[in-house]
Design a protein around this ligand. Structure first.
Ligand code: PMP
Length: 351
């Protein structure tokens, strides 16, 4: 800490991202990337954009991408916001849509960026406990005003809410902005985008990092009523009017257009998840039901932290959270069949 720091920065508690190890030969199953890679047409679009036009600023509105997203979901471009990863989109959401008098609500075991954004923007919050099976109970999210943030599926548990359960939250809290963070929706859940015309208080955020295997491109989006989108545009234009570079706009737009690759990729993840779940259960793990591209699993006889470090020593990186109630668990990203083999071999040695 330096004497030049503002008191505000001294008090910040930033998010700690998962490790991005430098060693290429590690089996990396710790930050929920999709191992099947981006659409070849998205890569071709990015390569084609590598030209002299890079001297020019990109389209500040990312219209090409908004059009591709609107076509994919059958919504209007005025219902789409795009930003630099859904982390940045969520930052704008917290900044511009969740500043109300009442504390906002989110689950107590959830994506740990939410309390960080709440701290950054001075928003008070109440954490709603999950039930005994680590599930979100929609009836716990009644709020007269203020905001509600629910990831669906939840992270790091992977548990899914049905569309009916999401609608229950919207019905019991019609005067709260309800943000459904669908970072992992592509792996088996039903998107709430189909409800945005019915509920003007619903905002759905998504990313190309997971289902479309483009985490390195940093593109996220939000969909909702044009009035909510307009608020996000205002915040964006007061912060960075060019959040998406030229490569990101064309690459993400092409990825949304390539439906075949998307289907192939997400189905490969879903198949891998089922196989890995069976294999982990055979080793004695309890595995929570997951609709995401990761499994949340614990072994009755082994401590999560110890297991994670034993795996790391054998070249396999998984995620462990030092938090009460979940510190027994490992969060394991769905990888390729070869990566699963390495994980299972390492586990057989470690257990
Ligand atoms: N929401 C959740 C629940 C996540 O787990 C993540 C990924 N860490 C994000 C949002 C952010 O994803 P990205 O910024 O890559 O779009």
């Amino acid at each position: 800490m330096s004497r030049f720091w503002s008191p505000f920065v001294k008090d910040l508690l930033p998010y700690v991202p998962g490790e991005q190890p430098k060693l290429a030969n590690l089996v990396k199953l710790n930050t929920n990337e999709n191992p099947f890679g981006p659409s070849p047409t998205a890569l071709a679009a990015i390569k084609a954009e590598l030209n002299d036009n890079l001297r020019l600023y990109p389209d500040p509105n990312g219209d090409l991408l908004k059009r591709a997203v609107a076509d994919f979901y059958g919504v209007d471009t005025r219902q789409v916001f795009v930003g630099n990863g859904s982390d940045e989109v969520l930052a704008h959401v917290f900044h511009g849509l969740l500043q109300h008098d009442a504390p906002i609500l989110f689950p107590d075991i959830t994506y740990s960026f939410y309390p960080v954004y709440a701290g950054l923007y001075g928003i008070s919050f109440t954490e709603v406990p999950l039930d005994g099976d680590f599930q979100i109970n929609p009836r716990d999210y009644a709020r007269p005003n203020g905001g509600i943030v629910i990831p669906n599926p939840n992270a790091p548990t992977g548990c899914l809410l049905s569309l009916a359960a999401v609608e229950e939250v919207l019905k019991i809290s019609p005067d709260s902005v309800v943000v459904i963070d669908e970072a992992y929706i592509d792996f088996g859940g039903e998107s709430a985008v189909s409800l945005i015309n019915k509920y003007p208080n619903l905002l759905v955020t998504q990313t190309v990092s997971k289902g479309r295997s483009l985490a390195g491109l940093r593109v996220g989006l939000a969909m909702g009523d044009p009035s909510l989108i307009e608020a996000l545009e205002r915040i964006k234009d007061s912060f960075n009017s060019y959040p998406l570079d030229r490569l990101a706009i064309v690459g993400a737009a092409a990825a949304f257009a390539d439906r075949d690759w998307f289907e192939h990729s997400r189905n490969a993840v879903i198949d891998g998840r089922q196989q890995l779940k069976t294999d982990l259960q055979a080793l004695g793990f309890e595995v929570l039901p997951s609709a995401a591209n990761f499994l949340f699993a614990r072994h009755p006889h082994y401590d999560g932290k110890t297991l994670a470090s034993k795996l790391r020593a054998r070249g396999v990186v998984v995620r462990h959270f030092d938090r009460p109630r979940i510190d027994q668990f490992l969060r394991i990203t769905i990888g390729t069949p070869e990566q699963h083999e390495s994980l299972l071999t390492a586990l057989a040695e470690a257990l």
